[in-house]
Design a protein around this ligand. Structure first.
Ligand code: CTP
Length: 398
């Protein structure tokens, strides 16, 4: 979402300035054009050479270039920007911003900026808690600035408390989220993800290789676009951190069915991404099956409930149900048959024959097939980009 966006990165004189290089790198990697404006004190903590190398632009700090006498127009910069982010923002710069003390290039640029301004404070815990800082931040909030609250942790002073500048990745996410269209605002999305585990005894289970990456990527994308997401997840080793995602952790297909059915009546969309085990042991042993006590045990399996099909049977008009199909052969025919059998509106097909698609990897290559048989193929992409394609498909086709 930041591709082509003009971002002013303001850097003040604090130890957290070293993290600004990472933030700058993330912004540039995402395709943003970044102009660094640094205070004189900021240059004591990180060099303009580092910042200009990373941004590909000379760093602006003074009103005039010492060599050429060229005037750096804070007004032009303020108009150029799509957003301004000040990270780290020190107590003194926050105070100057709050009271219009325009004694350096960064503050004049801030006062001239027409674009939204994001402020990531960084200071010692007592400075952060001081009533003047609290009041100044409140003033900035009242002017419409977005304050990216500092985290708690060990500070440069070795004291522990609130004042650590938020991590560059988090600041990046705030900006990215700001520019992401909220076309799913007010919608509720249910997603199943990961494998299920079917218990044999207290130490053994039947499962599969699903990593949950695809489902988690869809959950994050739906949340970024404004949806309230319920993510019903089997056991995975990945996490998700978004205020609009509620994770319901389950283990077996039965538990996944119950959690999904609880969320489905209130949902507008469901994307069934989980690799549900097709079979479960008819009964799980209460204690560990011991090797020496018996011959080779025979596992009696029973069919698991089909979660997607169960949701399909009680689908209300207007609800959208999307499934996944991981196939190895007769892909299109098998996928079309699953649409019918499970009452889906569309199915996302990935073939294990495509390199880079399927379990565990960070990429996927999908074709989306609609209930009317139309199919939309997509090239191999990172799973986050595939997730965006799937959400685009759902929002544009419905
Ligand atoms: N699915 C489900 N519950 C199951 C099995 C599958 O909800 N018990 C969902 C999956 O999450 C996916 C879709 O149904 O969205 C297709 O899953 P898949 O495993 O490909 O289909 P199966 O019905 O299990 O058919 P098969 O394994 O024979 O291909």
């Amino acid at each position: 979402m930041l591709k082509g966006k003009h971002i002013i990165l303001g850097i003040c004189g604090g130890i957290a300035a070293y993290k600004s290089a990472t933030l700058l790198r993330l912004l540039v990697k995402a395709g943003a054009e970044v102009q660094v404006v640094i205070t004189p004190a900021g240059k004591e903590f990180i060099t303009p050479v580092t910042l200009s190398a990373l941004s590909g632009k000379p760093v602006v700090s003074e009103f005039f270039s010492a060599n050429t006498g060229e005037w750096h127009s804070h007004v032009d910069l303020g108009l150029w920007a799509d957003a301004m982010v000040i990270a780290p923002a020190t107590a003194s710069s926050i105070a100057k911003m709050a009271h219009g003390v325009a004694d350096n290039m960064l503050i004049t640029t801030y006062l001239s900026a027409k674009a939204p301004v994001f402020v990531a404070p960084a200071m010692d815990l007592d400075m952060m808690a001081h009533p003047s800082t609290v009041a100044n931040l409140e003033l900035l909030r009242s002017y419409g600035c977005h304050i990216i609250e500092p985290a708690e942790g060990e500070l440069a002073s070795h004291l522990v408390g609130k004042g650590r500048m938020e991590e560059p990745e988090k600041i990046f996410d705030v900006l990215d989220d700001f520019f992401t269209p909220k076309d799913l605002a007010g919608r509720r999305v249910l997603i199943t993800a990961g494998p299920t585990r079917e218990r044999i005894d207290p130490v053994r289970y039947i499962s599969n290789y699903s990593s949950g990456k695809m489902g988690y990527a869809i959950a994050l994308e739906a949340a970024r676009r404004g949806a309230d997401v319920t993510l019903v997840s089997g056991p995975v080793s990945i996490g998700i951190d978004h205020p609009r995602v509620r994770v319901v952790s389950v283990e077996s297909a039965r538990e996944m069915l119950d959690a999904s059915m609880a969320a489905w009546p209130e949902s507008d969309v469901a994307v069934m991404c989980a690799a549900v085990a097709d079979y479960a042991p008819a009964s799980a042993a209460d204690s560990k099956i011991k090797r020496e006590h018996q011959d080779v045990p025979v596992l009696h399996l029973v069919k698991n409930p089909d979660i997607a099909a169960t949701l399909g049977q009680c689908k209300r008009p207007g609800q959208i149900l999307v499934g996944f199909a991981l196939e190895t052969d007769h892909e299109i025919d098998n996928a079309a048959e699953k649409i019918r059998r499970k009452g889906l509106d569309a199915i996302v097909l990935n073939s294990l024959r495509d390199a880079g698609a399927g379990f565990g990897v960070d990429t996927n290559k999908v074709t989306i097939i609609a209930a009317d048989g139309t199919s939309t193929p997509y090239p191999l992409k990172p799973k986050a980009a595939v997730a965006a394609d799937i959400i685009d498909y759902i929002t544009t086709k419905n």
